[in-house]
Design a binder for this molecule. Sequence first.
Ligand code: LLP
Length: 429
Amino acid sequence: MTQPLAKEKSSARPFHHSVDGSLHCGEVALEQLAARFGTPLYVYSGDQILERFQLFQSALSGRDHLICYAVKANSTLGIIKLLAKAGAGFDIVSGGELQRILAAAPDAANRVVFSGVGKTAPEIDLALDANIHQFNVESEAELELLAARADRKKQRARFALRVNPDVFAETHPYISTGLREHKFGVDIRKARELYLRAAKKKWLEPYGISVHIGSQIRSASPFGDAVSRAVELVNQLKQNGITLRAIDAGGGLGIDYHAGNFNPAAKVREYASALKKSLANFDGKLIIEPGRFIVAQAGALLARVLYIKKNGKKTFIIADAAMNDLIRPALYQAHHEIIPVTPRKGRTMTVDIVGPVCETGDFFARDRKLPRVELGDLLAILDAGAYGMSQASNYNTRMKSAEVLVQGKSAKLIRRRETIEDLLQQEKF
Ligand code: LLP
């Protein structure tokens, strides 16, 4: 058993109540950020994002690897830039996400892997022009299209087939992807034939194989199983004269949304050792695509209490953030811890915490015990750094929140609050 590093923190979150009793992100008081930038407000600890990235780096040290942060988890330019500076690569799923990399960290373009089941010809062209690291191809027809676009440009396209290893990973059905009946990847039993066919195309380079089995997966063993299947395929292909040089294990490592005694460093080590074990006889590059694990716990969504009302037996806390800011509870029945930024003394209340959107599904928590809160109090919805802002919408013509990145004592606005002018100018009537 490896001893925990001295630096390992007991808390998995960068938010803590300071001596004055109010919640801080690192050294910065959240009350002050809310006063300065308004609410709803996303606040991220840049320090934690970098720490999480480094956990993967050190757990994989000693083997050739590339950590491609999954941009969809949080695609804000300030976060992309922060991770790019630390040496991260990026996993993208659209031309739009590639444009974000080109805007915030153009030098990282050659560390980009492009996943996704529906790449269009213009998106493929953009990625060829940007000279990305690899295309993760998800169907036979996409392989044909990639070959045609590469041929037109007389430019080599390195690709990995995304195969479906048919590994079951226990998670929410909307975010499980590794089974044969899912829309992702190609059946692993058909992969060999596709590689052989692709190897004959002048501008296609069979380079790797990719597996992504789903998201918010808490145990390490399904990752190891999926990678073992990839290694079997690599070995088969070698007998056919095709040498693959990279295995992309995808993303998906989950966090504990209930926190407790979750130890992120130990989790990453367990995950990395499951991968390394399966890769023992493969000397190529390991690529991973973590998203949630790097950014989720670094972020909180701050919301102000607008109203408190009782309907029948229920007490509703109506906050100024809503499902358009953070849709995870509505969409996946996801649990997010919610705490008052400056707790009051008094009896706890059992409440539903909801937003102003006109849907019964617009809630953050139901029948939740909360310390006493009053109108105007500030709440922090925790673990909101991943799939929060990146899934935000303008539903009910609500403007998207601002975002602040905290590093040490500094707090930087990385996205200003959207204005009604931003929204209306896109439309004609
Ligand atoms: N790579 C690929 C090909 C993916 O499809 C995903 C996530 C990732 C990497 C990153 O997975 P992560 O490490 O973040 O688990 N909106 C949902 C999650 C959807 C995940 C989709 N794919 C949520 O809020 O839980």
